[in-house]
Design a protein around this ligand. Sequence first.
Ligand SMILES: [Zn+2]
Length: 556
Amino acid sequence: MAAAGEVRIAGRVALEGGDRHVHAARRLRQAFPMLEFVPRAAASTALPLVRLVEDKSLAEGAFVLTVRPGDNAEITIAGGPFSGVIYGAEELIARARVADGAVLVPAGERRAAPGLAYRTFWTWDHSTNWELSQVGHQEIGVFNPYGKPPSGFLGDYTRLVDFASRNRIPSVVIYGFLRDTHGGIDAAKELCRYATERGVRIVPGIAIGSYGGVYWEGDHPYNLSTWLKKNPQHAATMEKGVGFQIADLDFPLNFPRSDYTMTACPSAPETMDWMEEAVSWLAETFEIGGVNIESGDYGVCGCARCVARRNNEAEAARRVDDHGDSWSHTDMAANFPRLYRAAKAKRPDAWIYSEMQWDNLFDPVAHEAQRQLPQGALYQHTTNRTFWKRLQNELTRADVERLPTQPNVLRCQFACQWNGDRRTERYAFNGRVFADMNKFCADVGMQGLTVWGEPSPYHATVELSYLAFARFGYEPTLTWDRFMAEDAAPLLGGQAAAERFVAVAEELDANIELPVERLRTLQGEAREASRQNDDEASRRWLSLEDQIARRAYMGR
Ligand SMILES: [Zn+2]
C-alpha cells in the first residue's frame, strides 16, 4: 500500500532518455527488478513514465527529482552535465521503498547541488587496493614497480569508480595511469570509458619533467626514461639528491635511484615541447576528465640556465632552510600554462589541477610569477596535519580571495600513509577530519577538497571516512549528528552502535600503544556487535575486530 504522499509504481514503466543516460537506466533496472522498463517510443501512453533529461542550466552534479502523482505517475530526473542524472537516479533509489512487488516513492520535488564543486580522490596505481582478492598489494611509495596481475588495475579502479559514482565523488587522480605492466593504453582507455559512463572523471597525475612524464612506465615515446635515454643532454642537474621528507611522518622515506627517479631540465626548450606534445596526446587519446599537473616534488634542476631563469632567492632559500622544499613554484608558473592550454584545447571541460605543493599558502615566495597562471585551472594547496591546524586558526576568506591564483582547493596529505606514526593513517577513522575540512573549505571560499582514496572501503573505518568525505563535500552544511543518523547508523546496526563504532575506532587511532587487556575488551565488544547484526553490518564490525585483534596479537 502506498502511504499518504507516496506514489506507487508497478509493472511496465515507460523510460525516456535511457539510451543517452545508460548508467542511470542501468541503476534503475538493477534497483527495481520488479519493474519492466520499456523505451518511451515503444510504450503506450497509459504507462507511468520515468524521464531522464540533462539540464545544462544546472551545475555539474546537481539535479532536480520530481515525482508527480496521478493515474499516470511521472518521475523526472533532470541533471546537470556529466553526473547530475546519475546522482538523481541514485537519490530516487535511496528514497524509494519496495513493497508487494511495487516501488513506492515520495511525491514532490527534491533539488540538490554540490556545495564544493571539486571533490577528488587522489591515488597511486600500485597502492590502490580495492580488489582485495588478488596478490601484490602495496601501501606506500612513489617509485614502485607494479606487483599485481595486469588485470589488477581495472579490478581496483572499476570498484573505486562504482563507489565514487554512487556517492557523488566526481573525480579520481591516478598517478601511474599509463604503465605497460597493467595493460598500458588499452586498459587506460577502458577505465576512462567505464568511469565516464558512470559520471566519474579520470584525472591522470603527471609532473613536469619528472615522475615518468605522461607515460609512467613502459617503452613509449612519452615515457621520461625512454626519452632521456635518447636525449641524455636534457637530463636535469639535480640541486641535491632525489627525494623528500615529511615532518609529520615520524620515519624517514627511502628513494632508491632507478629509471623512475629520472628528471629532465625544464629550461631545455626540448623538454617542454615534448611535455606539451605528450599532454596533447593524453587528452586526445583518452576520455579523461582532467589532468593533475605538478612541478615534480623530488628535487629541482640546478643547472646554470635554470638558476638564471628562476631568479627567485626566497624560493631557493626555502629549499635549503628547514622548509626543505623539493620543488620550484617558479618552474611551475613558467611551464604550467602551456600544458594547461594543451589539455584544454582537446578537452574544454577538463579539470586541470595545478599542484601548489605543501604548507606554503601563507608564504608568497612566487606570487608575482603565479599571477600569470591561468584563471580556471584548479589551484591545489596541499596540507600536512600540523599545517592544517595552522590553517584552521589563521586562514580567512579574505586570504583566499587575495591569492594570486583562482579558484583554489585544498588537498589533505594526512589521513593516509604519508603522515603519522609507524601504523599508517590509511585505515584510521578519518571521517571527522574530512567533515571538518569540507566545512572549512566552504567557509573560507575554497572550492574543493582532495583526499587519498587508496584503501578499500571493505575496512569499515575507511568506508565511513569516505562517506563523510563524500557527504560533507556535497553538502558542507550537514551536521555530524545528521551524518551519524542518516549515513553511519544504517550501516552499523543503529544509532547507538554507530556511536560506539566511532568511539572504539577513535580510541584505537589515538593510542599508538594500548594494554592488551584493554584491546581484549574492545575486541569483545566488536565481536558481540558483529554477532548481533545482519551480514553487512556484521562484516563491518568484523573488520574493526580484526584491526583490534592484530594489535592484541602484537601485544600493543
Ligand atoms: Zn635545468
